[in-house]
Design a protein around this ligand. Sequence first.
Ligand code: 5AD
Ligand code: SF4
Length: 439
Amino acid sequence: MSEPKKLFIKTYGCQMNVYDSERMAEALGGQGYVETKSADDADMILLNTCHIREKAAEKVYSELGRFKGLKAEKPDLKIGVAGCVAQAEGQEIMRRQPLVDLVVGPQSYHRLPEMEAKTRAGEKALDTDFPEEDKFEKLKNRPKAKRGPTAFLTVQEGCDKFCAFCVVPYTRGSEVSRPADRILREARDLVERGVREITLLGQNVNAYHGAGPKGEMTLAGLIWELNKVDGLERIRFTTSHPNDMADDLIEAHGTCDKLMPYLHLPVQSGSDKILKRMNRSHTSDSYLRLIERIRAARPDIVMSGDFIVGFPEETEEDFQATMDLVEEVKYGYAYSFKYSTRPGTPAAERAQVDPQAADDRLQRLQTLITRHQREIQDSMVGRTVRVLFEKPGRLPGQMVGKSEYLHSVHVVAPEISIGDLREVRITESGTNSLAGALL
Ligand code: 5AD
Ligand code: SF4
């Protein structure tokens, strides 16, 4: 038998890309590839790119430039670009960087095996279509390998919201939900392979409306079905839009035992003027009232969010409204970004805020968020949480896992195995994690 070919995938960006990279590795596994951790000994290098941050495409081009020497040494090496930069740039990538053999957009990963074969025949392969078929269904020939205790599962892709700053509706296309039976089958398969916690992924996951046995199913409906899967202990989902927080989903947070008390619900700004300019179609008040309802259903829920500061026309007063909103919500986690233009999006054409003012605002916002994050983490001391253990820690006999609130928890207890779910009494709160003892 010939030596297996080696595949090196570098993944950028969001959890959906992590999930996609796993699926691509499995698909190419069928072509005789095994994964390697180093580009140097690879027969194929795939960059799974992200377009959300500034100058994303430029960074990909400079990364590709670094493979020149490797390709000169190894003419059979194939280089591919996947993900949202592939979608956005398309053929331009091969024109600007001729060493690229393959460009594949996120909706075409099921076509990778054929595309790989094409590159082996010495041709270039490009596919950035938005085909109708379910790529994950076509990507199914995966081995029954054991897995770690946590996994992502994509249930929905794309977005029809068109926030004025965002490239996702262009790179991932319009909203598509996978049918519920396929998701449930995949979930059961993951559980058989050792998974105990599943995070449902979607750019607009709470807009999920996949086909179910009795017509369309909501995300809450899907979560209730997953709740019945034996051996699955925890369910999470991300990322949600405030306008799609349906009543049944809010209610599930109070009644569904496997649904974890953590919710990532980006608001982006606390100023109604800016929210309007962002095309968010919610106000700061409607968002705050929504959180009140969520907290009424699940009082201990930990909230998380995303913020953009320095969006075009943001004044100091607008920014103050964001600070006020953060003060009111108190996020357990939050991600804040300085606005930067994405070519092709509506906001890219508008007058930009002074970069220094934006930097200053970002710093003030991050200081406030960090303070709340720390307070919420510290408030766990003395409480008992349930921890799903994921990996060994740095100290001898130490294990690390996540609480239901997504805090990292360290415990020294050699009897714990990866995948164990145990009650832990929290004794200490460090910079980024908690420590405790088994009950
Ligand atoms: N500039 C800054 N941040 C952005 N995000 C998306 N697009 C931009 C942009 N052009 C942020 C949003 C989103 C998160 C994933 O990235 O806060 O929720
Ligand atoms: Fe982008 Fe999210 Fe807005 Fe959709 S809802 S356009 S993914 S920021």
